[in-house]
Design a protein around this ligand. Structure first.
Ligand SMILES: [Zn+2]
Length: 117
Protein backbone atom coordinates (compact mmCIF):
# COMPACT_ATOMS: atom_id res chain seq x y z
CA UNK A 1 0.00 0.00 0.00
CA UNK A 2 1.60 3.23 -1.09
CA UNK A 3 1.47 6.34 1.00
CA UNK A 4 -1.26 7.73 -1.29
CA UNK A 5 -3.59 4.74 -1.48
CA UNK A 6 -7.03 6.17 -0.74
CA UNK A 7 -9.50 4.72 1.72
CA UNK A 8 -11.97 2.50 -0.17
CA UNK A 9 -15.06 3.62 1.77
CA UNK A 10 -17.68 5.68 -0.06
CA UNK A 11 -20.92 7.14 1.15
CA UNK A 12 -23.97 8.66 -0.52
CA UNK A 13 -24.21 12.42 -0.29
CA UNK A 14 -27.62 13.17 -1.76
CA UNK A 15 -27.43 11.50 -5.18
CA UNK A 16 -23.66 11.51 -5.30
CA UNK A 17 -21.28 8.82 -4.21
CA UNK A 18 -18.45 10.47 -2.31
CA UNK A 19 -15.26 8.59 -1.52
CA UNK A 20 -13.40 9.04 1.75
CA UNK A 21 -10.46 11.34 1.08
CA UNK A 22 -8.26 10.09 3.90
CA UNK A 23 -5.19 8.01 3.08
CA UNK A 24 -5.52 4.29 3.73
CA UNK A 25 -3.53 2.97 6.68
CA UNK A 26 -4.63 -0.66 6.79
CA UNK A 27 -5.63 -3.39 4.39
CA UNK A 28 -8.43 -5.79 5.29
CA UNK A 29 -9.45 -8.59 2.91
CA UNK A 30 -7.95 -6.76 -0.07
CA UNK A 31 -9.61 -3.40 0.64
CA UNK A 32 -7.88 -0.35 2.02
CA UNK A 33 -9.12 1.72 4.92
CA UNK A 34 -8.20 4.90 6.72
CA UNK A 35 -7.99 4.80 10.53
CA UNK A 36 -11.60 6.04 10.84
CA UNK A 37 -13.12 3.43 8.50
CA UNK A 38 -10.94 0.47 9.50
CA UNK A 39 -13.63 -2.23 10.06
CA UNK A 40 -11.67 -3.77 12.93
CA UNK A 41 -11.46 -0.42 14.70
CA UNK A 42 -15.13 0.34 13.93
CA UNK A 43 -16.14 -3.06 15.38
CA UNK A 44 -14.05 -2.41 18.50
CA UNK A 45 -15.68 0.98 19.02
CA UNK A 46 -19.16 -0.49 18.47
CA UNK A 47 -18.43 -3.22 21.02
CA UNK A 48 -17.07 -0.73 23.56
CA UNK A 49 -20.21 1.40 23.09
CA UNK A 50 -22.61 -1.54 23.47
CA UNK A 51 -20.66 -2.84 26.49
CA UNK A 52 -21.00 0.59 28.09
CA UNK A 53 -24.76 0.68 27.38
CA UNK A 54 -25.15 -2.82 28.79
CA UNK A 55 -23.29 -1.81 31.96
CA UNK A 56 -25.51 1.28 32.29
CA UNK A 57 -28.63 -0.82 31.73
CA UNK A 58 -27.58 -3.27 34.48
CA UNK A 59 -26.80 -0.35 36.81
CA UNK A 60 -30.19 1.24 36.07
CA UNK A 61 -32.00 -2.06 36.70
CA UNK A 62 -30.24 -2.40 40.09
CA UNK A 63 -31.22 1.16 40.97
CA UNK A 64 -34.88 0.50 40.11
CA UNK A 65 -34.84 -2.76 42.10
CA UNK A 66 -33.45 -0.89 45.11
CA UNK A 67 -36.08 1.84 44.75
CA UNK A 68 -38.85 -0.75 44.50
CA UNK A 69 -37.58 -2.58 47.61
CA UNK A 70 -36.91 0.58 49.66
CA UNK A 71 -40.35 0.90 51.34
CA UNK A 72 -40.25 -2.76 52.47
CA UNK A 73 -36.64 -2.41 53.64
CA UNK A 74 -37.47 0.71 55.61
CA UNK A 75 -40.49 -0.89 57.26
CA UNK A 76 -38.51 -4.03 58.17
CA UNK A 77 -35.59 -2.01 59.52
CA UNK A 78 -37.90 0.11 61.65
CA UNK A 79 -39.51 -3.03 63.12
CA UNK A 80 -36.11 -4.57 63.82
CA UNK A 81 -34.84 -1.33 65.31
CA UNK A 82 -37.85 -1.15 67.63
CA UNK A 83 -37.39 -4.78 68.68
CA UNK A 84 -33.83 -4.18 69.91
CA UNK A 85 -34.81 -1.26 72.11
CA UNK A 86 -35.72 -2.14 75.69
CA UNK A 87 -36.44 1.41 76.67
CA UNK A 88 -34.68 4.55 77.75
CA UNK A 89 -33.31 5.82 80.99
CA UNK A 90 -31.67 9.06 82.02
CA UNK A 91 -28.41 7.58 80.67
CA UNK A 92 -29.85 7.05 77.25
CA UNK A 93 -31.42 4.26 75.31
CA UNK A 94 -31.15 0.71 76.59
CA UNK A 95 -30.67 -1.93 73.95
CA UNK A 96 -31.26 -5.66 74.03
CA UNK A 97 -28.26 -7.74 74.98
CA UNK A 98 -25.92 -8.68 72.13
CA UNK A 99 -26.82 -5.55 70.15
CA UNK A 100 -23.86 -3.34 69.47
CA UNK A 101 -24.76 0.34 70.01
CA UNK A 102 -23.07 1.22 66.70
CA UNK A 103 -25.47 -1.11 64.88
CA UNK A 104 -28.44 0.70 66.39
CA UNK A 105 -26.93 4.08 65.45
CA UNK A 106 -26.32 2.85 61.92
CA UNK A 107 -29.97 1.78 61.67
CA UNK A 108 -31.12 5.16 63.03
CA UNK A 109 -29.01 7.01 60.45
CA UNK A 110 -30.33 4.83 57.61
CA UNK A 111 -33.94 5.39 58.69
CA UNK A 112 -33.40 9.14 58.97
CA UNK A 113 -31.78 9.21 55.53
CA UNK A 114 -34.63 7.22 53.97
CA UNK A 115 -37.17 9.56 55.54
CA UNK A 116 -35.27 12.65 54.40
CA UNK A 117 -34.40 13.82 57.88
ZN1 LIG B 1 -11.91 6.41 5.29
Amino acid sequence: MSQHTPCSVSRMDGYHLVGCRKPAKVERAGRHYCTIHDPVRVAEKDKARSDKWEAERIQQRKKWAMEAAAPDLLEALKELRQSISIGSSEYGEELSRDVHPETAQKADRAIAKAEGR
